[in-house]
Design a binder for this molecule. Structure first.
Ligand code: SF4
Ligand code: SF4
Length: 226
């Protein structure tokens, strides 16, 4: 899932400076799960803004709405009538949702209300960890299901580095070195000899942006755009 966190309140206040009417728009998928931008967080931010403006003796008309996904046109269409009423939309979706919203409603001022952090796992209540950097050449089959790009702070494909001490990472000594985890996982699954395979340098040409992916069944349909 995409993990995000709400922007600091002073930053949100600053971005709204000079406007008197805003729609706070939540997204019901990833950002709702990571407690940054779902329906509940829309309500909390709305109350916080209302109190802050009242204390400053200023006025801000605040609307609230949440769609299932802001990265999907059909869900953005559903709220077009409500959006029409507001010159400014404060989106609590990830960066994709914010951009998609701005594209769908070019006459609106679209502001981000969260910082998109990473793709990660939900490890415990209120705890998320990065798991994938979308390198577009997944190595997990060779590394026992431990991502060397993400779990090793240096992204080493042929670790460990010389800084590893007693199995701990030199960058974060509270963490086990990713390459120790890889070694143990490969050993447990009887594939230790594969750890000796030297991986070639990453092919960064596969990580150019913006990436575009077309499913093979739809290549003809989109070929005019390629
Ligand atoms: S190797 Fe790591 S960063 Fe690359 S795709 Fe696999 S999980 Fe993601
Ligand atoms: S100690 Fe291990 S995880 Fe840490 S930077 Fe070196 S190889 Fe990567």
């Amino acid at each position: 899932m995409i993990v995000a966190k709400r922007k600091p309140f002073p930053e949100i206040m600053e971005s709204l400076e000079g406007y008197d009417k805003v729609l706070i728009l939540g997204c019901g998928t990833c950002v709702a799960v990571c407690l940054a931008g779902g329906e509940k967080e829309v309500g909390l931010l709305s109350s916080q803004l209302a109190i802050a403006y009242e204390l400053k003796e200023k006025s801000l008309e605040i609307g609230e709405a949440t769609v299932e996904r802001q990265c999907d046109r059909e869900f953005l269409q559903e709220i077009r009538h409500q959006i029409k009423e507001y010159p400014v939309i404060l989106s609590l979706a990830c960066g994709v949702g914010v951009q998609f919203l701005a594209e769908a409603y070019p006459d609106k001022i679209v502001l981000p209300g969260v910082d998109t952090a990473f793709i990660g796992s939900n490890d415990d209540v209120g705890l998320w960890t990065e798991r994938c950097r979308m390198c577009n050449q997944c190595y997990l089959a060779l590394t026992g299901g431990v991502c060397p790009v993400t779990m090793c702070p240096k992204g080493l494909l042929n670790g460990p580095c010389s800084g590893m001490r007693n199995g701990r990472c030199e960058v974060g000594p509270d963490r086990t070195c990713a390459w120790v985890l890889i070694y143990e996982r490969m050993k447990e699954t009887g594939r230790l000899e594969r750890v000796q395979t030297v991986l070639p340098p990453r092919d960064y040409s596969r990580s150019t942006t913006p990436a575009v992916l077309t499913h093979k069944a739809y290549r003809r349909r989109y070929s005019a755009n390629e």
